[in-house]
Ligand binder design. Sequence first.
Ligand code: ATR
Length: 282
Amino acid sequence: MSVTIPRACVMGHPVAHSRSPMVHGHWLKTLGLPGTYELADVPEAEFPRFLTSLRARGYAGGNITVPHKEAAFRTVDRRDDAAEAIGAVNTVWYEDDQLVGGNSDAYGFIAHLAASLPAWDESTRRCVVLGAGGAARAIAFALVARGVDVAVVNRTFARARDVAMHFARASAHAWDELPGLLARADLLVNATSLGMTGKPALAIDLAPLRRDAIVYEIVYVPLETALLRDARSRGHRTVDGLGMLLHQAVPGFARWFGVTPTVTPELRALIEADIRAKSGSV
Ligand code: ATR
């Protein structure tokens, strides 16, 4: 009798920089499970065909990254509620003969927040989300589902409006409304790419934010952004982006390999070391 070893992969283009193989490889090794997690560099023109033949290629499923998340949304047979609301698919698996597309960013955002600050939801009623891309949309979805009012603030107002119109408790705002919004916020999330290595800094004044407000940064390269440093020095509780990345990997692993893995300090240290090594001096 032949034994099939479950295989999964991350599909992107380019994809060599992805840290997903390191995360899933660590879990496979420490849990002692048979399985592999591979890189699949798939050009855009080939992606739909690649995805629809995933099982024939020997895969139980996989992750989808830039630039394929919207194409995956259109190509799968069925989508979970999160993917449906967010408009992008980052995790796929099979249920019977159907290829199902999910989005684990919302889960990862909340799971990391709850792991870092278990009582976060007792005091969080109003949130300001900076940005209006896929990450902002996932975060708005996650927070609105937990009864939090979300103010979406974006440089391009029309994109903020596009996000807000999808969610009952969300509103759209221009950047110059930020001071007034911050004064009423329990949680501030940076879901823009500002502060990322190679991008401009996120230049906002945290002074109006109440001291007991939480500041959540989704950028994780560098590990500590100016926003996190500033927030810490002002006495805010902070939550960083690396944890969200690690937690969002959990649901996919559980689907493909049958065991729910844990985000441990050991895993975190492994990925932190990789980020430090690749960013040179940091
Ligand atoms: P993702 O889907 O990964 O979240 P994205 O769609 O590229 O990424 O979104 C990046 C976010 O960072 C957007 O909200 C973008 O604002 P715009 O919608 O106005 O483009 C924001 N962003 C990027 N560079 C910025 C800058 N220099 N100033 C202000 N916002 C910026």
